[in-house]
Design a protein around this ligand. Structure first.
Ligand SMILES: [Zn+2]
Length: 138
């Protein structure tokens, strides 16, 4: 299960609303304790997808490197990624699955009419053929 601390949550929802009606994306840092993950810091990133961003996002590798560095600096881990679905439900799409990595948490926020609706988290299996919902609190 994954818990998102209020400060990190505000960054994520704020980014989702600001990017609407395009998809936003970002990286979550925090701590792992057995099966329990706590997001202490969320980094809002630029959607680097070159094309229609209404239903697509791509992280810039430079942002990923910067997040890795930041995690080391703070002594925490990169726990996963977040993105928004403008005017769509919170689900893990085939594209999301294809672009994901095992182990990491993937939080998908549904943003409807520019306002936050609901969020869910998913973890892809090792061969990226399916994603398992993960209990999420925010
Ligand atoms: Zn998606």
């Amino acid at each position: 299960m994954i818990r998102i601390e209020p400060g990190a949550w505000q960054v994520m929802v704020g980014h989702g609303r600001a990017c609407y009606p395009k998809e936003c994306c970002g990286i979550m840092l925090g701590t792992v304790n057995g099966d329990s993950r706590t997001v202490t810091l969320a980094i809002a990133c630029k959607n680097a997808y070159e094309g229609e961003q209404r239903d697509r996002f791509q992280l810039d590798p430079r942002d990923q490197l910067a997040a890795d560095r930041k995690a080391r600096e703070l002594g925490v881990s990169v726990l996963g990624f977040f993105h928004s679905h403008p005017d769509e439900d919170s689900y893990f799409s085939a594209t999301d699955l294809k672009n994901s990595w095992p182990w990491y948490s993937n939080v998908v926020m549904s943003i409807r009419g520019g306002e936050f609706n609901v969020a869910r988290s998913f973890i892809a299996n090792d061969d990226q053929t399916a994603a398992t919902p993960e209990e999420l609190t925010y």
